[in-house]
Design a protein around this ligand. Structure first.
Ligand code: 6GU
Length: 224
């Protein structure tokens, strides 16, 4: 899979993408992530990429031209399955969307800033819009990093034990069950007896019950 990220803060991504699973996924060529500095597509001396809003109002709006030029250049080289704009004023990301995006070959992520982008970019160039939740961040970069992480870990071969992605919270619309490791007693705090029983059938049943119980208590909305 190839992910192209368009941003005015290209250095932002060096941290999140150069550790652990995301780092290894790139080394193994399971994903190729390319960062594009939007300012390089600005046509003026000051390298500006935003302007005042028509009709007045606070906040700058990102211009069409640098975004259009950057996306056009990418599209001239390969076909993109989705061109995604990260913005809080859109549908919230969920596991189902992560699953389907992880099956795609080429995607572009556009990080928004300031007040937002010119609506014509959204109407003409963007094929999908994603928010990562009902709160506002200073920019789309963190959201793009979150989206990338959530997609890349689902690409076959990225997580060594594939079943571990399949038993994630949300894969079946249930939160995960409680998990424990050694020692079985710490400061008198005990691991549930059933997990030490060796009875796999009983263990599965206990885990299902706990998943359901947790979901009912914390996220009843998932059960509807
Ligand atoms: Cl995608 N962008 C920004 N700026 N804030 C957000 C978001 C995105 N998703 C939730 N909050």
């Amino acid at each position: 899979m190839r992910i192209d990220i368009i941003t005015i803060f290209p250095e932002y991504f060096t941290g999140p993408f150069s550790h652990s699973i995301l780092k290894r996924a790139q080394e193994k060529n399971l994903v190729n992530i390319h960062i594009h500095d939007l300012r390089k597509y600005s046509k003026n001396k000051q390298k500006s990429i935003d302007d005042y809003q028509f009709g007045g109002g606070a906040g700058m709006v990102m211009n069409i031209q640098p975004i259009d030029d950057c996306i056009s250049k990418l599209k001239s080289k390969r076909k993109y399955d989705e061109i995604i704009y990260l913005t809080p004023d859109s549908k919230s990301l969920n596991q189902e969307t992560c699953n389907s995006l992880s099956n795609l070959k080429n995607i572009i992520l556009l990080c928004g800033h300031y007040k937002g982008i010119d609506q014509r970019v959204r109407d003409q160039l963007i094929t999908m819009e994603i928010s990562i939740g009902d709160y506002v961040l200073t920019g789309g970069e963190l959201a793009a990093a979150v989206l990338t992480d959530s997609i890349v870990r689902l690409i076959p071969g990225v997580i060594s034990d594939e079943t571990s992605a399949l038993t994630d919270s949300f894969q079946d619309n249930l939160l995960s069950y409680p998990i424990y490791t050694r020692p079985n007693v710490y400061k008198g705090w005990k691991v549930p007896e059933v997990l030490l029983s060796g009875n796999q059938k009983l263990i599965e049943k206990w885990r299902e019950e706990k998943s359901l119980e947790r979901t009912k208590n914390i996220r009843p909305d998932l059960l509807k």
